[in-house]
Design a protein around this ligand. Structure first.
Ligand code: HEC
Length: 149
């Protein structure tokens, strides 16, 4: 008796079943993952999200330039976070200490997508008089992630 011939159709059937499971369940799992993103995020995930909405690849140099420049108003991002946000910053208005923004120096950074969005919205409005674009957020984040001890 030829075992190979006997077993091949069964194995093919199993493989087809697996493929069907993947095509049906993968989109559902991906969707579920995006739903749970706001609660559990990481700097890399935040960068991936903003990059997917941006027109060009995130650029570290452009992010630094954006962060340290004024945009027609009194403050730059650096006014409160420092030109090198690996250290504690100081709020330009209240003088309150602000923990480092670079995630390698502060594990609490970019761990909560809702918090990140809330502060981007508020700070961009203070500095630019408008919301930051996904491109600007991606560039800043790429630069912040690149800052390593
Ligand atoms: C007037 C002071 C001020 C300015 C200017 C400012 N920030 Fe902030 N930023 C804060 C404070 C206060 C917090 C919240 C306190 C904290 O998280 O330590 C914060 C938090 C953030 C966070 C939250 C990060 C996280 O997920 O924990 C991001 C992102 C951020 N700022 C980016 C920016 C960018 C980009 C700019 C420039 C467009 C900017 N900030 C300008 C004061 C400022």
């Amino acid at each position: 008796m030829n075992h190979t011939l006997q077993h091949t159709p069964k194995r093919q059937h199993v493989r087809q079943g697996q493929r069907r499971w993947i095509t049906l369940c993968l989109p559902a799992l991906t969707w579920l993952a995006t739903l749970s993103l706001p609660a559990q995020a990481s700097p890399a995930q935040a960068l991936a999200t903003y990059s997917s909405q941006a027109t060009a690849p995130a650029n570290v140099g452009r992010g630094q330039q954006f962060f340290t420049s004024k945009h027609g108003q009194d403050w730059s991002c650096a006014s409160c976070h420092g030109a090198l946000p690996t250290k504690v910053g100081q709020h330009a208005a209240t003088g309150k200490a602000i923990g480092p923004l670079a995630p390698a120096y502060n594990p609490e950074r970019f761990a909560d997508a809702a918090k990140t969005e809330k502060w981007f919205k508020r700070n961009c409005n203070d500095v630019l008089g408008r919301a930051c674009t996904a491109q600007e957020k991606a560039d800043v984040l790429a630069w912040l992630i690149s800052l390593k001890p």
